[in-house]
Design a protein around this ligand. Structure first.
Ligand code: NAD
Length: 545
């Protein structure tokens, strides 16, 4: 079924499709897909997993068995850290230019291998191919950004010394050591890799524990890092349930980068606090989108579809609450509903589906429960509203609800599925207040033709990112900008300078010449205090920092 690798020392560089799936829209949507055992073995050989146990994973496309994944023990975690520490000691002395060059090779590799990467992502997650493409795209963007800005973030920087000309101060960026990365299943390739790239660039090693449902995409990423020239032991991968491997990872890490649910994030934060190690937490959201009265209706309706149904809503930054100005409500909702009903639905490997399937029975159960609860309490379904077992075992239609009220589960709780609730608003202050309701603060979107007005409103929204006339891509794909949550949506930021500085300790080195910080030449303490006071007043007069 799979095209075997043709040549070369690296078994994943076959250049051919990893999976022989249907290539055209005429294919049989019920056909089952499988990975060859050799493909699975090549990927899982990158794991440190000696328990002798395996878990079977299934493809959400059709529910068929996909692979057996070897499971790691806490001894494997300890071995992973030992290897990573040895590799990191050497890597930290490797010039930044060499580290950056490896990232640029990764950039090209990811683009070259995108079809294989996307095959794996779709097989493991069930998402539409066009949404899977976002993952190699995001890794390429991240790799190139950090490679090209490495010196800007990592070079030693001169700071203002306390005594001009006599105190020289500079700040070094020292790698933390070994970073533990715990990642979720929803973007299995990029979430497993993207946060690790700045960690490596800054001179760290990584021990990664991807989600159990999507190990293969993460392992493919690890293989690409090897191929790009990163020392193999620098990036360790372990497999197993988070509640078993999480604690040993946290106990041995110098920093934790976690992406997942708010509930798990709090457990992890407590354990990190116990060890006084830093952590960044990228957590859940209940993201609001505002359609202002001057929005371009057609563009807003198109954007609203992507905002709500990308990756079947299993996207931390996708929208679940839509506030629409009274003046345009009917016109906008007509267009949004029409566009949603016209979506091509399917759970297959080929291009052409506008939305894929949910990943699991758990996800389907949550989404079904949220919609049934809302409908039973009086919400109206304007589009979708039901599971589609004819398309896939966990498929749920893109769903638009109206009339959602606070006693309904989906009012304030993250559904993490293709369900959006519509609300009408009368004035913009009210819309902002309602957008700020609740405990989350991850991402927001505003549609308006008045960019300046929209940016002014953005400042009032309690979210880590706000996208104007776009759902999430404007910030998420601009790697120079920080990305993360306020309130219960997280702590710390990925991307930009914050996304790399979190993996470093800043070390200040001060060199003093001439004057010392004590009375000199027989001066009394009192005279010294007076002299310093006069100097401070003078510095203030001169406008010095
Ligand atoms: P989850 O918290 O259950 O799992 C995420 C990861 O944590 C998995 O690798 C899991 O094995 C591990 N884990 C689980 N329990 C653990 C524990 N006690 N100790 C250590 N690790 C543990 O999250 P999920 O439900 O699988 O993922 C969906 C959630 O992730 C949603 O809430 C979504 O909004 C959020 N998310 C956030 C972002 C972001 O960037 N803010 C991105 C993607 C997903």
């Amino acid at each position: 079924m799979t095209t075997p690798p043709t040549s070369g020392s690296d078994p994943i560089s076959s250049g051919g499709p990893l999976v022989d799936g249907p290539a055209d829209p005429e294919h049989d949507p019920t056909a089952s897909y499988a990975l060859e055992p050799d493909d699975v073995a090549r990927l899982t050989s990158r794991l440190l997993a000696t328990s002798g146990r395996t878990t079977q994973v299934h493809s959400p496309l059709d529910g068929a068995p996909l692979a057996h994944i070897p499971q790691s023990t806490s001894e494997d975690v300890a071995e992973a850290f030992a290897r990573a520490r040895r590799a990191q000691a050497i890597w930290a002395r490797t010039p930044v230019e060499e580290r950056a060059a490896a990232l640029l090779r990764l950039h090209d590799l990811v683009l070259d291998r995108q079809q294989e990467i996307i095959d794996l992502i779709v097989l493991e997650s069930g998402k539409a191919r066009k949404h899977a493409f976002d993952e190699p795209l995001h890794i390429a963007l991240t790799a190139r950004y950090y490679a090209r800005t490495a010196r800007q973030h990592l070079d030693t920087q001169r700071k203002i010394g306390v005594i001009p000309a006599l105190t020289r101060v500079e700040v070094n960026r020292v790698p933390k050591g070994v970073v533990g990365i715990i990642s979720p299943w929803n973007y299995p390739f990029t979430m497993a890799l993207c946060d690790g790239l700045p960690a490596l660039l800054a001179g760290n090693a990584v021990v990664a524990k991807p989600d159990a449902q999507t190990m293969l995409s993460a392992l493919y990423g690890a293989r690409l890092l090897d191929e790009a020239g990163f020392p193999k032991d620098l990036w360790q991968v372990v497999a197993g349930p988070g509640r078993e491997l999480g604690t040993p990872i946290i106990e041995q890490s110098d920093y934790i980068c976690f992406t997942g649910s708010t509930a798990t994030g709090k457990v992890i934060a407590r354990q990190c606090a116990e060890r006084l190690i830093g952590c960044s937490l990228e957590l859940g959201g209940k993201n609001p989108i505002l359609i202002l009265r001057d929005a371009d209706i057609e563009k807003a309706a198109e954007g609203a579809v992507r905002a709500s149904f990308s990756n079947a809503g299993q996207l931390c930054v996708s929208m679940e609450r839509m506030f629409v100005a009274d003046q345009v409500y009917d016109r906008f909702v007509d267009r949004f509903v029409a566009r949603t009903r016209a979506m091509t639905l399917g759970a297959t490997l080929d291009w052409g589906n506008d939305m894929g399937t949910l990943i699991s029975q758990d996800q389907l159960d949550t989404v079904t429960a949220h919609v049934e609860d809302a409908v039973s309490k009086g919400a109206r379904v304007l589009a979708g509203g039901k599971a589609r077992p004819d398309l896939g075992p966990f498929y749920f239609e893109p769903t638009i609800l109206e009339g959602v009220t606070p006693e309904m589960t989906c009012f304030g709780n993250e559904t993490f599925g293709p369900v959006i609730s519509l609300y009408r608003f009368h004035d913009e202050a009210e819309a902002v207040a309602r957008a700020n309701d609740g405990e989350y603060g991850l991402n927001a979107s505003i549609y308006s033709q008045d960019g300046a007005r929209a940016r002014e409103l953005a400042r009032q929204i309690k979210c880590g990112t706000v996208n104007i006339n776009e759902a999430f891509g404007a910030t998420f794909a601009s790697i120079d900008s920080p990305m993360g949550g306020m309130r219960e949506s997280g702590m710390g930021r990925r991307q930009g300078s914050e996304g790399i500085h979190r993996y470093t300790e800043s070390q200040a080195v001060g060199t003093q010449r001439g004057l010392r910080f004590a009375p000199m030449f027989g001066m009394s303490d009192e005279a010294y205090a007076k002299m310093m006071t006069t100097s401070l007043r003078l510095m203030n007069k001169l406008g010095r920092a």
